[in-house]
Write a protein that binds this ligand. Structure first.
Ligand code: MTE
Ligand code: HPA
Ligand code: MOS
Length: 787
């Protein structure tokens, strides 16, 4: 391996105050990222004797393996060993939810691309070439590929879940207006820039160290131990950073982790396994696509009186995280709106496709899309501004308001959406622009414009209460520098930066006095995935708790020396102030060390107030809600179906920001990622189940040129009412739903191209084809469906 020489980066001198909480500062690895010296798992210097693994993948969607010609594989150039399910010493199983439905190496094939076997060779290239030449014989069976195939065959992966309040059917029947509709919402490939990768190094006395690009080191530790027939204390997992995870490495880093570890065990050599993009896209799960059906009854002003949802998702072949993903879809099909009489049915369909998994929003975006589609249909029926219908249905915002309880029984206590929407509508000149767009459309037969304002309300916490805990380990070295280990993983979102700020703030130290160690199961045990946007909420609190304990000990010590009260000792500007004197932090620390004061501490945090009963689907699954809204204006070409996003204005609630630069970055990134999902990213499977969109050539993620021409992002000034870390709010996932405004602006533009009373159905993603199809159907000249 050739390592680029680190380029010395001359950062502009930062005033010390920039170190602390609340100030914009760059990502702590920004200089390393842009100079290419940040070390990702595949950049780890290679130990002598390292081998490389590659997978043999199924080439049928459903069936059983009659025979794999292992001898022929072994005879390939460079191949050192081959492994199939029969060679696994522990369990040939890597289900993250102990469903025992995910073999590491399958003999019953459940999707095209499923790993059957692995080869290990002297180079990555030779391993791949050998794996591709594998000869496998199958007994084929018919496969269910789409959610519609599964619905038709009544193929369910998990039991149907229903949540209801009041009598939705009766409320719909009694309502002055009624509508029923259906819409399809596609899936999404994570397209993290760094693909799945693990590097397993066997240790002495039956132990294994796996460097893994994962959001969930603890899960990897357990799955690797289980595969080897070992116990947790024999396996160490390390992750310094990921080049993106987006939910795709919450559970599905297990393929590379387990296979690398198994082959390292079998050969006694370090084994590296990195999936090429095509393999990565074929083997790993995606966002769940949904078929959404609804019936709604509403009043003349658009107030929803009764609503029924049926949400059917394509889970793929195994459970993975599909249960909680679909639960979160249920929890978000109210989005910002009070639904009085409501019935939600969530169908979790089993198909012979890759196992769909966590993806930014974790089912929440799909639920949100459902209700936002209904709002749009209501507004179209009434000839009203969709924003008026949205405002009419918002949750109440005062303690006495009865319209504040969600269908799952949680009170919405701090709804800021009414003022937030008012501010955004005013700042973005929504009403006047809507009028101008109507005039533009009246004058232009080919290019049509549309504008839409959509709100977001997103619940923060893992819905499974037990995961809402975190640990940290803070070391103050006796030279006064600080090292923080914590259970969260860094995937670009800025967790390490925020935790550094939080700990620096506790000690009154400059940012650079604090360093983060790689996330490692030997430093902090029993961690939850870094997910559900709660990385900083949980781990920031745990690190702060540890740092506060050390600071208290130092304060006691300093106070003792001066005969004053510990409460009067302050830590600021890198110095400790006591009884009118002050000294450098490092000097006090050295004195404390000489006096045998403990200078390190572990911290722990668990989220208060939350409780939730999964059998009744009632309780308070979320500590709080994050809010936001966006206004988007688009132009579509009704001849080509092409879209341009002309202007976007975002107002988003991150509570009291720990780092506005990072938060705005998360909002911009989430927005563009969500926009890609809803406009250009289309997954397409061949009839035999092979994913054909398995590379950027056929799967179109947004590029720089797809970004909105005008993109204004502002933070809404709003301290968290709950006692979260520095009164901030989580920001990782909620912004992914802001670009619903882009989708519905496209829909509004398409509406301007068809008669006002024509049917309008626009499925997501709103690709040029989908837009043309919607317009053609609305004009009564339906296109032939090429798919
Ligand atoms: N931002 C970057 N740059 N890369 C990522 O992989 N993942 C998202 C979000 N933002 C992601 C990201 C997802 S799915 C989640 S759950 C959160 O970050 C996780 O990190 P946090 O809890 O620390 O916000
Ligand atoms: N969000 C994200 N990841 C998760 C969750 C959740 O609610 N539950 C389990 N994994
Ligand atoms: Mo994020 S989908 O919770 O990893």
């Amino acid at each position: 391996m050739n390592h680029p020489q680190p380029i010395v980066f001359q950062a502009a001198a930062q005033p010390e105050t920039l170190a602390v909480v609340g100030h914009a500062r760059p990502h702590e690895s920004a200089a390393l990222h842009v100079t290419g010296s940040a070390v990702y798992t595949d950049d780890m210097p290679e130990l002598a004797g390292t081998l490389h693994a590659a997978l043999v993948l199924a080439e049928v969607a459903h069936g059983s393996v009659r025979r794999i010609d292992v001898d022929a594989l072994r005879a390939q150039p460079g191949v050192v060993d081959v492994m199939t399910g029969a060679d696994v010493p522990g369990h040939n199983e890597c289900s993250p939810v102990h469903a025992h439905d995910e073999p590491i190496f399958a003999d019953k094939v459940q999707f095209y691309g499923q790993p059957l076997s692995a080869v290990v060779a002297t180079s990555h290239d030779l391993a791949r070439r050998a794996a591709r030449r594998a000869k496998v014989e199958y007994d084929k069976q018919p496969a269910l590929l789409s959610v519609y195939d599964a619905l038709a065959a009544d193929s369910h992966l998990l039991p149907t879940v229903e949540v209801a309040r009041g009598n939705a059917q009766a409320a719909i029947a009694a309502a002055p207006h009624r509508l029923a509709g259906e819409v399809y919402l596609g899936g999404q490939e994570h397209f993290y820039l760094e693909g799945q990768v693990s590097y397993a190094v066997p240790g002495e006395g039956d132990s294994m160290h796996v460097y893994c690009s994962t959001q969930h080191p603890t899960e990897m530790q357990h799955l690797v131990a289980d595969a080897l027939g070992w116990q947790a204390h024999q396996v160490q997992i390390t992750c310094r950073r990921m080049g993106g995870g987006f939910g795709g490495k919450e559970s599905q880093s297990q393929h590379t982790a387990c296979v690398a570890a198994l082959l390292a065990w079998k050969t006694g050599k370090p084994v590296r396994m990195r999936l090429d993009r095509d393999d990565d896209m074929s083997i790993t799960g995606k966002r769940h696509d949904f078929d959404i059906r609804y019936e709604v009854g509403f009043a003349d002003d658009g107030l929803i009186l009764g609503i029924k949802f049926e949400l059917a998702s394509r889970c793929g072949y195994s459970a993975d995280l599909s249960g909680p993903v679909n639960d979160r879809a249920i929890f978000h099909c109210d989005n910002a709106y009070y639904l009085d009489a409501v019935a939600i049915r969530s169908l979790r369909m089993k198909t012979h496709t890759v196992s769909n998994t966590a993806f930014r929003g974790f089912g929440g975006p799909q639920g949100t899309f459902a209700i936002e589609s209904v709002i749009e249909d209501i507004a179209r029926r009434l000839g009203a501004d969709p924003l008026a219908v949205r405002r009419r249905n918002l949750y109440g915002d005062s303690a006495g308001d009865v319209r504040t309880t969600t269908p799952y029984g949680m009170k919405v206590e701090d709804n800021v959406l009414a003022p937030l929407i008012d501010q955004l509508a005013a700042d973005s000149d929504y009403a006047a622009r809507r009028d101008r767009i109507a005039a533009f459309n009246a004058a232009n037969p080919i290019v049509k414009r549309g504008i839409s304002l959509t709100p977001v309300k997103f619940g923060i916490s893992f819905t499974a209460t037990l995961f809402n805990q975190a640990g940290a380990l803070v070391h103050v070295y006796n030279d006064g520098t600080v090292l923080v280990s914590q259970g969260g993983t860094e995937m670009g979102q800025g967790l390490y930066t925020k935790v550094r700020q939080i700990v620096a703030e506790v000690f009154g130290l400059p940012f650079d006095a604090v360093r983060m160690s790689a996330t490692d199961t030997t430093r902090v045990p029993n961690t939850s995935a870094t997910a559900a946007s709660s990385g900083t909420d949980l781990n920031g609190m745990a690190a702060r708790a540890a740092a506060l304990e050390i600071r208290e000990r130092l304060a006691q010590f300093a106070a003792g020396l001066h005969g004053v009260d510990a409460a009067s000792v302050t830590f600021a500007d890198g110095r400790v102030h006591v009884a009118g004197t002050d000294q450098p932090f490092a000097a006090l620390v050295m004195e404390a060390y000489r006096s045998r004061i403990k200078l390190w501490e572990a911290g722990f945090y668990k989220t208060p107030k939350i409780h939730y009963d999964p059998t009744t689907m009632q309780g308070r699954p979320f500590f709080y809600f994050a809010y936001g809204a966006a206004v988007s204006e688009v132009a579509i070409d009704t001849l080509t179906g092409q879209t341009r996003v002309l202007r976007v204005d975002v107002l988003h609630d991150v509570g009291r920001s720990i780092n506005p630069a990072l938060d705005i970055g998360q909002i911009e990134g989430g927005f563009v990622q969500g926009m890609g999902w809803l406009t250009t990213e289309e997954l397409w499977w061949r009839d035999d189940g092979k994913l054909m969109t398995h590379a950027p050539s056929t799967y179109k993620i947004p590029a720089a040129s797809d970004c909105p021409e005008v993109f204004n992002v502002k933070l809404f000034d709003n301290a968290n009412i709950e006692d979260s870390i520095h009164k901030s709010k989580a920001v990782g996932e909620p912004p992914l739903m802001l670009p619903f405004s882009v989708f519905f602006a496209i829909r509004a533009a398409a509406a301007a191209a068809i008669p006002a009373d024509a049917p309008l159905r626009l499925d997501a993603p709103a690709t040029p084809e989908a837009i043309l199809r919607a317009i053609a159907a609305g004009r009564g000249t339906p296109m032939e469906d090429a798919t």
